[in-house]
Ligand binder design. Sequence first.
Ligand SMILES: [Zn+2]
Length: 71
Amino acid sequence: MKHRHPFTGHDFKIVERSNVLQQDSMGYPLRLCICQCTKCGKTEQQWLDTSEDALQELDDGRSVLLEWTKV
Ligand SMILES: [Zn+2]
């Protein structure tokens, strides 16, 4: 019998990375990525820590910075 959801939980791996960055309260960049669980195949979008070098992508247009506006 195959256990699709063992108690250890999902095991997400990045399958796609976007060109959208967000900075945390300390200014460190996060990138919106699509991750897929190697156990059950579930996919979801996650904000993942990325290197500070990613901020250079904002200067040359390879990536954009997510901006929030109060409504
Ligand atoms: Zn899973």
